[in-house]
Design a protein. Structure first.
Length: 320
């Protein structure tokens, strides 16, 4: 299994010897590991930011352990004996049970949510030659030509896929998915008109929109986003109240972590994320900071499982 380690440490702070259960006052008694999937990109950026800040606050090294495979971090954390092993992950962790039958963990039972850290809103972009300049015009064209328009997704079950399927369900249109393994070839076909529509994250689309290679129609956040300046929301532009989709990243411990340790980690991480310099750094990286409480994160997971799970089942989306 391919992996890469980044170790963030400090010269001050001496951990307590580990013996038996660890209290929030003692934690951490040794180095902390944050598992993440994928080297580079939003997950890697966020994990390294959190690791460096947390190491400075708790006086123990914090290691970013990047693992290939979206479910691998969950497998490891679900078996972890304590909260010294954490993971930073997105919706793949809690939505995979709807898309595969061989789950190695239960996303509700096996993990303790710490905080929903960041989100990236998706946007609707189209090939500039497509004769639409608004979401309403896109819907009208799709209804006039059912099954003719195609949309690109950079894989099955990710935000580029689910944002589109939710849109299809809410708008009552039939736009056909063309699945790519990566975003780059999807964008290439979109530039040429071989594909007409895509629902990428705002930061991924921005350079291409700015260069005129794509036309942006709307952002999939509930409120206008500074990450997609000048774009209306899909909810308002298309008359689809409540339509929202974004790529999210949250921090988890295993279910064995005590509530006291989860709350302590939440406090430290939220303090890191809400510092003014953090907001600027994440904004430049194309992310909005959320920094939720554990309860708010758990509720967000519950809501997403209900909404996206219904979309996944209706569209018969599978990843196994």
């Amino acid at each position: 299994m391919a992996y890469r380690l980044y170790v963030f440490s400090v010269v001050f702070g001496v951990g307590l010897a580990s013996s038996g259960s660890v209290t929030a006052q003692q934690y951490p008694t040794k180095s902390v590991r944050i598992l993440a999937s994928g080297i580079g990109g939003a997950t890697d950026f966020t994990a390294r930011f959190l690791a460096a800040g947390l190491a400075a606050r708790v006086g123990q090294p914090v290691i970013v352990d990047n693992r290939a495979g979206g479910l691998v971090p969950g497998e490891i954390v679900a078996r972890a004996p304590d909260a010294h092993t954490l993971m930073l992950t997105g919706a793949v962790t809690w939505l995979s049970p709807y898309m595969r039958s061989d789950m190695p963990f239960d996303p509700v039972r096996d993990f303790a949510p710490i905080t929903l850290a960041v989100t990236q809103p998706n946007v609707i972009v189209v090939y500039p030659g497509l004769p639409v300049k608004s979401v309403r015009e896109l819907i009208a064209l799709a209804k006039d030509k059912p099954g003719v328009l195609n949309y690109a997704s950079s894989g099955n079950g990710n935000s580029t896929h689910l944002a589109a399927e939710l849109f299809k369900s809410r708008a009552g249109v039939n736009i056909v998915q063309i699945s790519y393994k990566l975003a780059a070839p999807a964008f290439t076909d979109l530039f040429s008109g071989r594909i007409e529509v895509m629902f990428p994250v705002a930061s991924g689309a921005a350079p291409h929109v700015g260069a005129g290679r794509l036309r942006a129609l709307a952002v999939a956040s509930l409120k206008p986003s500074e990450l997609a300046p000048g774009l209306p929301t899909v909810a308002v532009a298309a008359g689809l109240p409540g339509y929202e989709y974004g790529s999210t990243l949250g921090l988890f411990a295993g279910a064995s972590a005590s509530a006291a340790i989860v709350n302590m980690l939440n406090r430290e991480i939220v303090n890191l994320l809400t510092a003014p310099e953090a907001r600027e750094r994440f904004f430049k990286a194309g992310m909005d900071i959320v920094a939720s409480s554990p309860a708010q994160f758990a509720e967000a997971i519950k809501v997403d499982m209900a909404q996206s799970g219904k979309v996944i089942q209706s569209a018969s989306i599978r990843t196994d």
